[in-house]
Design a protein around this ligand. Structure first.
Ligand SMILES: Cc1ncc(C[n+]2csc(CCOP(=O)(O)OP(=O)(O)O)c2C)c(N)n1
Ligand SMILES: [Mg+2]
Length: 328
């Protein structure tokens, strides 16, 4: 019981770190301090945390354009992530990659990706590498509902299935691909199926749909899929139904969805739900929660201070560590 209590408190803290990190990025982006583009993970925290907590150290993840939550849940360095988003020389990519290109291979993070659906074939490649080298590692691939309409989804899952690769495909169905609803009974939609997991059957793999705002449900489903993959049972598809509290990107006017819809989803907020569950089970009290909150806020504040006090990349380094061709 003690161990599971510790694990549950850890998952709450991991979700709170993402919430605080993303709210802080939102604020500094609005103040004009962050260059480029950011896609925030607010509201979807239970997916990254539930899924990453099902992994072992030797495992891998692939991420997306909405990747901050995945990287934090996998143990990404908060200072280096924040500094990268601030465009500073101390960031993961020396300030040249920004929000959508953070990777940390030492933690098994094979990279965020600005190309929708690009993580799926990377995960299949990582899976076949582990299979050939017989490392016992599993690769977990995060992707969106929109990505499941790309050819890469179909190709990668088909290959993973026929080659029996140790890959778990985790679909974050946050109901939209930019402004396109995933499914509606009438009107504009990106798919004519309610559940992305229905697609698993076409490739002969198992597919389940879980409440993506319930961190324990995500953790349970992904744990089972990881175990299966590790034991030679091949790939699975786990669809997590969730919702992003912010627009597609910061600056999105969100005219395609109603305030009522957002409010309904906020009632299912993954963090308050889990916090209340822990309190009901007497695994957490108000004082302990407040202590956790203070700790998380201090950790993120330190990351902002680190970023603000870090130097910009030196202009003389503009062509180092980047791909560029003749005449570009
Ligand atoms: C190959 C490709 N096509 C289109 C885009 C533009 N684009 C960026 S995000 C996005 C929607 C992705 O939706 P989804 O996969 O559901 O992820 P979400 O943003 O909802 O997390 C699109 C179409 C892109 N980045 N890459
Ligand atoms: Mg989506």
């Amino acid at each position: 019981m003690k161990e599971s209590k510790d694990k549950m408190i850890q998952m709450l803290e991991d979700m709170m770190v993402i919430r605080e990190f993303e709210s802080t990025v939102q604020k500094h982006f609005a103040e004009g301090e962050i260059p480029g583009f950011v896609h925030l993970y607010l509201g979807e925290e239970a997916v990254a945390v539930g899924a990453c907590n099902a992994l072992e150290e030797k495992d891998y993840i692939t991420s997306t354009h909405r990747g901050h939550g995945h990287l934090l849940a996998r143990g990404g360095d908060v200072n280096k992530m924040m500094a990268e988003i601030f465009g500073k020389a101390t960031g993961y990519n020396k300030g040249k990659g920004g929000s959508m290109h953070i990777a940390d291979v030492s933690l098994g993070i094979l990279g965020a990706n600005g190309i929708v659906g690009a993580g799926l074939p990377i995960a299949a490649g990582s899976g076949i590498t582990s299979q050939i080298l017989d490392t016992g590692a599993v690769t977990l691939c995060f992707f969106g509902d929109g990505a499941s309409n790309r050819g890469t989804f179909h190709e990668a899952i088909n290959l993973a299935s026929i080659w029996n690769l140790p890959v778990v495909f985790v679909c974050e169905n946050n109901m939209y691909a930019i402004s396109m609803p995933q499914y509606r009974s009438d009107g504009r939609k990106g798919q004519n199926i309610k559940d992305v997991s229905d697609r698993a059957v076409a490739y002969g793999i198992s597919g389940v749909t879980v409440d993506g705002n319930d961190v324990m449900a995500v953790n349970e489903a992904v744990t089972e899929a990881v175990k299966k993959a590790r034991n030679g049972g091949g790939p699975s598809l786990v669809e997590c139904k969730t919702y992003r509290h912010r627009g597609h990107f910061e600056g999105d006017p969100t005219v395609y969805r109603s305030d009522e819809e957002l409010e309904e989803w906020k009632k299912k907020d993954p963090i308050s739900r889990f916090k209340n569950l822990l309190k009901d089970q007497e695994l957490l009290d108000d004082a302990e929660y407040d202590e956790l909150k203070e700790k998380v806020e201090a950790r993120i504040k330190e990351a902002v201070d680190f970023s603000q006090n870090s130097p910009d990349p030196d202009p003389s380094e503009v062509t180092t560590d980047v791909y560029y061709g003749e005449g570009v």
